[in-house]
Design a protein around this ligand. Structure first.
Ligand code: PLP
Length: 438
């Protein structure tokens, strides 16, 4: 097929994430991807600033990951996980237990991040129900979160920002505390104050008898606003969960595997969750796979009713190809100087993106680990900006007021420079030409 044929068939038949057929946002046709570059069917090459939504931390078409898939495919691509097991799955289970905190000992292999969140919620509810606490049906979370697109996850996404506002009427009603205070405000550092946790504390105090678990993304709220918050907030959340005997679910689907500078973001707060979800970078962005980990305490609680069955079991649970490539990806990460790479990316993002603050349309620039965010005063018109980014040889996908970068850890400094310059140049052009910014 040539590019026109691909794009015509795409426009005719395929939905994209959050897309419409009558008002389609343009899509680019990708022929292949190598390292940090996407290769389009028209021959253009774009440096990828998105890591395909946090996932391709080692870059594309990595020979080690490819080999893991090839080797496993010659043994078995899939086998059901009901009543059967295999080495790739048990190796992955062991690896995840080894690299996460000591209390997490039990692993559910899910097929996507959203499913991992559903499983986490079920674990928490079953834990309470099996112990006779059937009134504990609610979750407590903070505003500005994002936990996936399935119904359980949607119900804890930000009710307004969370892309699911229209479903509010059919979703279970959970409890929302104010969003955590961010580390910076209009570029000024905000010093932690204990009262930042007050709203969360009050909601927990008042509702703990109905609350099965707290769910939150540690240190960084991702798709719900790219917001970085204080370590003290997370520590206070853990302490309050202990005080009121409520389980703590941490969603590290975006932050896991080194993105914020530590292997998992919760390490920065020196706490342990009761339930942890991981996904996205788990397979280095090659295949869909996620996992939900929990502790002996939760497993024992679930089993307190004498049945003890965790009620979930997807068809492709523990897919051997996905597990094999996850094992290869974790080994590749741990044997690489990933901390140094993330630090170097972080320093460069800080140095180069900070130039954007000179632009009147820019409200704030913030960086944490290998995440760089330029927040604007007003939403960027992406149909205007997209072709301009492409012209400059980069792939970025701004969202509302947020232009952000989460490069592969293997990105060279010269390549990152192309991305940060493109952001500066396109935003200055936006400011001049459209005069859309204040
Ligand atoms: C992406 C994401 C999810 C959902 O994962 P999918 O694989 O898209 O279903 C859940 N939680 C967080 C924090 C995420 O970033």
């Amino acid at each position: 097929m040539n590019q026109e044929e691909i794009l015509a068939l795409d426009a005719k038949h395929l939905w994209h994430p959050y897309s419409s057929f009558s008002k389609p946002t343009p899509v680019l046709s990708v022929a292949s991807a190598q390292g940090v570059r996407l290769e389009l069917t028209d021959g253009r090459k774009l440096i990828d600033g998105m890591s395909s939504w946090w996932s391709t931390i080692h870059g594309y078409n990595h020979p080690v990951l490819n080999q893991a898939i090839i080797d496993q495919s010659q043994k078995m691509s899939h086998v059901m996980f009901g009543g059967l097991t295999h080495e790739p799955a048990v190796t992955l289970g062991k690896k995840l237990v080894d690299i996460t905190c000591a209390n997490l000992q039990h692993v559910f292999l899910a097929d996507s991040g959203s499913v991992a969140v559903e499983v986490a919620i079920k674990m928490a509810l079953q834990y309470c129900f099996a112990q006779g606490q059937t009134q504990k049906t609610k979750l407590l979370t903070a505003r500005n979160g994002y936990y996936g697109d399935t119904f359980g996850g949607m119900a804890v996404c930000d009710p307004v920002n969370g892309m699911h506002e229209m479903f509010t009427g059919v979703l279970p009603q959970h409890i929302f505390a104010e969003a955590p205070q961010t580390l910076t405000e209009s570029g000024e550092e905000v010093i932690w104050k204990p009262e930042f946790i007050n709203d969360f504390k009050t909601k927990l105090e008042q509702n703990h008898k109905q609350i099965a678990a707290v769910i939150i993304e540690p240190m960084v709220q991702n798709a719900g606003g790219m917001r970085f918050y204080h370590v003290e907030y997370l520590q206070a959340v853990r302490q309050l969960c202990d005080q009121y005997d409520v389980l703590l679910i941490l969603d590290e689907i975006a932050t896991g595997f080194g993105r914020t500078g530590t292997l998992f973001a919760y390490e920065q707060a020196n706490i342990q969750p009761d339930i942890l979800t991981v996904g996205k970078a788990l397979t280095g962005g090659t295949m869909t796979l996620a996992a939900t980990l929990t502790s002996r305490k939760v497993v024992d609680g679930i089993e307190a009713d004498g049945k003890g069955l965790l009620m979930h079991g997807p068809t492709f649970m523990g897919n051997p190809l996905a597990c094999s490539v996850a094992n290869a990806s974790i080994e590749l990460l741990l044997s690489s100087p990933w901390q140094d790479r993330v630090k170097a990316i972080s320093a460069q993002l800080k140095a180069e993106l900070s130039l954007c603050i000179q632009l009147d349309c820019v409200k704030e620039v913030r960086v944490k680990g290998a995440i760089g965010v330029v927040e604007l005063h007003d939403p960027l018109d992406t149909t205007w900006s997209q072709p301009r980014f492409t012209e400059k040889g980069v792939w970025l996908r701004p969202f509302g007021k947020l232009v952000y970068l989460m490069p592969a850890y293997i990105m060279e400094s010269a390549e990152l420079r192309v991305l940060t310059s493109a952001i500066y140049d396109v935003l200055s052009e936006w400011q001049k030409e459209k005069n859309a910014c204040k």
